[in-house]
Write a protein that binds this ligand. Structure first.
Ligand SMILES: Nc1ncnc2c1ncn2[C@@H]1O[C@H](COP(=O)(O)OP(=O)(O)OP(=O)(O)O)[C@@H](O)[C@H]1O
Length: 297
């Protein structure tokens, strides 16, 4: 039988906090991810997503429990080129061109024949002669993605790959990813953007406090935890830079209260209800119109 891409059992990681206290970043995760799955790890800041990704990549060791990647130690899978990562920050040389960067990494891997294919796959053809430092944040992330593809890995792990990108760049990045995933690569990504999990992942693992709060097909996670909600789109004139006009919210509250409505959420993100219900996180991403304090109760 073929080993799953990732298998975690009782996976736990603790750190010592600034005051000497124990911080449990990952708290007894059991998880199996099969080949070809596209899985989002979704959760608020501090949920344990980055630590989980680090454990998957062998960048840190579990305090207890086990993690296997293709049936072996994570660092082995990385060394064998079966697993690649696109991390949040760092890693590029600013004075290389995009093309030189890909060539250098391909040479390190002994895979010079991969240069053209990964440049094309990451949509970097028109940028090949541009210096890395002249590339936008989104373009640099696409370059990192290209580098991750050099060994032709079976599994790509991305830790919040679109952090800092504007909406257009984010869209472009995921279009690139989607085209690549169509080839059957296993993709695991951490995000706190609900819309990214919703749009891109077949399966969503919702994390909070180091634990898995929900795990299933993205549509099911949404349906099971999103509950029955009524979503309103406010008129544009009541949405300002600081969110929805509180006076308008008060008028809506007054208008619906006599109808027996106790909970109306103004939202444009369909996983939002699941996220809030399970994590109670007040720093919700995606849009200004989805913050819990703007829900009408
Ligand atoms: N090296 C460390 N030392 C001490 N505490 C840590 C360390 N790394 C992470 N933590 C703590 O572990 C918890 C989980 O952090 P982690 O970075 O894994 O969360 P995250 O879900 O990736 O958050 P974010 O979305 O902000 O990146 C947090 O409380 C964090 O402060």
């Amino acid at each position: 039988m073929t080993a799953p891409a990732l298998q975690a059992t009782g996976l736990t990681k603790t750190f010592r906090g600034p005051g000497g206290e124990t911080v449990t970043a990952v708290d007894g995760i059991d998880l199996t991810i099969g080949s070809g799955e596209i899985v989002a790890f979704l959760g608020p800041n501090g949920a344990g997503k980055t630590t989980t990704v680090d454990l998957f990549l062998g960048l840190t060791s579990p305090t207890s429990g086990t993690i296997e990647v293709y049936g072996g130690a994570p660092h082995r899978a990385v060394a064998d080129g079966r697993v690649s990562a696109v991390m949040q920050t760092g890693g590029l040389l600013p004075d290389f061109t995009v093309g030189e960067t890909v060539q250098a990494i391909a040479a390190l891997h002994g895979r010079p024949e991969r240069v053209d294919v990964v440049i094309e796959r990451a949509g970097l053809g028109p940028l090949a002669k541009r210096l890395v430092k002249a590339c936008s944040g989104g373009e640099q992330q696409r370059l990192k993605f290209a580098l991750a593809l050099v060994p032709d890995p079976d599994l790509v792990i991305l830790d919040e790959p679109t952090t800092g990108m504007d909406v257009g760049a984010r869209q472009e990045f995921w279009d690139t990813m989607r085209a690549d995933a169509a080839d059957g690569r296993t993709i695991v990504f951490a995000t706190h953007y609900l819309a990214e999990a919703d749009a891109f992942a077949d399966r969503t693992v919702l994390m909070a406090g180091g634990r898995i709060m929900a795990d299933g097909p993205t549509a099911e996670v949404r349906a099971a935890y999103g509950g029955q909600t009524m979503t309103l789109r406010p008129p544009a004139e009541v949405v300002g830079p600081h969110g929805i006009d509180p006076a308008w919210l008060a008028r809506v509250r007054a208008a619906v209260a006599p109808l027996g409505i106790t909970d109306v959420e103004v939202s444009s993100a369909s996983l939002e209800a699941a996220f809030l219900a399970l994590t109670g996180d007040p720093t919700t991403p995606t849009t200004r119109t989805t913050r819990p304090e703007e829900a009408l109760r």
